[in-house]
Design a protein around this ligand. Structure first.
Ligand code: ZN
Ligand code: ZN
Length: 283
């Protein structure tokens, strides 16, 4: 069984206002666990804080794998205040492909040095530069096998697919990509990631805009939620979760969007802070 926990689902900037609390105001961070307790985090937006008790409770014995889709601040800003990184017993492996020459090590190191942050991490941290494409050799973490592909976004970004080799469960996380500006090779790469070795159980995809806005925001690096419906249908994924909500969309606006999404896409919903998805055997 695979469990996916969404710590933050807001795009661009965290928001804090009573009218935004149901979908949530924290920026992107999610946790994936296998049935035996291996833990993998993707992105470190302010939503990482909500995942902290769960990660801390599991203890420091097993290293946590932390992947980054890219280093825009909304995906990184939760990292400096993430308490386990100041525990000398805690183990974390930061891993990511290189993007425009930037590695996870160079991005994370710059984030926590003066004048931006006053203290250094004390956890046992390692860094690994992943190849541009995994080929036939996914990165394995417990029963979780990780593959990835580049997607269309300014400064580069990657989508990740996680397969649980025990239960057969799978999820693709594809945030911060502009589907309409993607070329044929970029579209093909994402669809292949979603389709193989079999259609993913869950696709969590950027749908920051509405199709009516997409022209006005061309080049901003994000998709319309209707694009996510198109990708989910083309790949034959089991369930679509649309994420990276624009910071000006309150709960009422997202409720209206959610109804339109459910009318257009079978087994589709909008992401919410704290949402837990279980998939695979015994679910
Ligand atoms: Zn973002
Ligand atoms: Zn971005």
């Amino acid at each position: 069984m695979m469990r996916i926990v969404l710590g933050g689902v807001r795009g661009t900037s965290p928001v804090s206002h009573p009218g935004f609390m149901r979908y949530g105001g924290a920026t992107t961070s999610l946790l994936v666990e296998d049935g035996a307790g291996a833990r993998l985090v993707i992105d470190a937006g302010t939503g990482l804080r909500a995942l902290q008790p769960r990660l801390a409770a599991a203890g420091a014995d097993a290293p946590v794998l932390m992947l980054f889709t890219h280093y825009h601040l909304d995906h990184l800003i939760g990292l400096p205040a993430f308490a386990p990184l100041y525990d000398p017993d805690w183990q974390v492996l930061f891993a990511s492909p290189r993007r425009e020459g930037v590695t996870a090590e160079s991005a994370v190191t710059r984030l926590v040095e003066k004048p931006f942050w006053p203290v250094a991490f004390r956890a046992r941290q390692r860094f690994r530069v992943l190849p541009d494409a995994p080929g036939d050799a996914p990165v394995c973490h417990g029963a979780l096998a990780v593959r990835w592909c580049a997607v269309h976004h300014r400064n580069g970004c990657h989508a990740y697919r996680i397969d649980d080799r025990e239960s057969g469960a799978s999820v693709v996380f594809a945030t911060d990509l502009e589907w309409r500006a993607s070329d044929a090779a970029e579209r093909d790469a994402l669809l292949r990631l979603c389709r193989g070795p079999r259609p993913a159980d869950v696709l969590i995809m950027d749908g920051q805009f509405d199709a009516a806005e997409a022209g006005r925001f061309a080049g901003w690096g994000h998709s319309a939620w209707q694009d996510a419906v198109e990708v989910a249908a083309a790949a034959g994924v089991g369930r679509l979760v649309v994420t990276h909500h624009a910071p000006d969309l309150d709960d009422a606006a997202l409720d209206r969007r959610g109804l339109a999404l459910e009318a257009l896409g079978a087994h589709a919903c909008l992401a919410q802070d704290g949402m837990e998805i279980e998939t695979g055997k015994n679910v």
